[in-house]
Write a protein that binds this ligand. Structure first.
Ligand SMILES: O=C(O)CCC(=O)C(=O)O
Length: 288
């Protein structure tokens, strides 16, 4: 019986507390089937959505940057991204253009494979936001449970997050976790789901304890092991967060947003230097 941690909570894997995400690869090419699955589960796990060779090249750019900052343990293989025990750092690299805006990273996040996936899913020309939530999540960290709408809700709500790991992410390296069923919690959508972190001056997390939301609303947390190339797609009202990064390696990943090009956009995240959240002075707080 394996246990993992998410925030301050210890959860048993493969139990009612924490199940496994299922992939939707069998539905690729079937637009109606993908939408039915999204309506049912609130997410699509697509194995090998991206070209793994491109993801590896993007990972190397992130690793070179972290190494240049002295954040990696050079006594271990650099491509495994072991954190230097004495150097704190990491977090959001979204405002580091030589990394987040590099050809290697953009060739994954704006590559033909993901763009044509969303064009098929959404049935039209797709826009992806220039701001990329690129993360090097250090050992010990996790992301608390939240809906993305509270950070990204000023444009169309027909907006999708694509979470892309830039390294293999085993269960102990802080993988994404989704609260399956949460996109249907009408009472939660109408309350917390109407908040806006800038208007309400909140950090956006529903709770630091992933079981708070289950106790009140139901659902089941689910997670998976991810390999380079895999992606998770979900809408603005799917509650998610991550397990704690319990090992010694950085977890590298990016969340990127896609929508139809003819729909209104959330203006905070567009332009050459996106404004971002209020008061962040171009340095994100690291929560969204
Ligand atoms: O990668 C994480 O820790 C959080 C990801 C996330 O919040 C998102 O994909 O919207």
């Amino acid at each position: 019986m394996k246990t993992v941690t998410m925030g301050n909570e210890t959860l048993t894997l493969d139990s009612p507390q924490l199940g496994r995400l299922r992939d939707a690869n069998g539905l690729l090419g079937d637009r109606a089937g993908l939408h039915e699955r999204l309506a049912e589960d609130g997410y699509l796990l697509i194995r090998g959505l991206h070209d793994p060779a491109r993801v590896r090249a993007a990972r190397d750019v992130v690793i070179r940057y972290l190494d240049g900052k002295g954040q990696l343990d050079r006594s271990r293989p650099l491509d495994e991204a072991w954190a230097h025990p004495a150097v704190k750092g990491g977090g959001l690299l979204s405002r580091v253009p030589e990394v987040a805006g590099s050809d290697e990273v953009l060739s994954v996040l704006e590559g033909e494979r993901v763009m044509s996936f969303f064009a098929d899913l959404l049935g039209g020309e797709v826009f992806t936001f220039p701001y990329k939530w690129l993360r090097a999540v250090p050992p010990g960290s996790n992301t608390g449970a939240h809906y993305d709408v509270v950070y990204m809700g000023r444009g169309t709500l027909e907006l999708f997050t694509c979470w892309t790991p830039f390294c293999d992410v085993g269960i102990d390296r802080g993988p994404l976790a989704v609260l399956v069923g949460s996109h249907r919690f009408a009472g939660l959508r109408d309350t917390y789901g109407r908040s806006d972190v800038d208007r309400d001056k909140s950090d956006g997390w529903y709770s630091r304890d992933p079981l708070d939301v289950v106790a009140k609303w139901g659902g089941q947390w689910q997670t998976a092991e991810f390999a380079m190339g895999d992606a998770m797609v979900f809408g603005m009202f799917t509650m998610h967060g991550s397990l704690n990064n319990a090992g010694g390696q950085y977890r590298l990943s990016c969340d990127t947003r896609y929508q139809l090009a003819n729909q209104p956009v959330d203006e905070r995240w567009v332009g050459a230097v996106p404004r971002g959240h209020d008061g962040e002075s171009r340095t994100p707080k690291g929560r969204a």
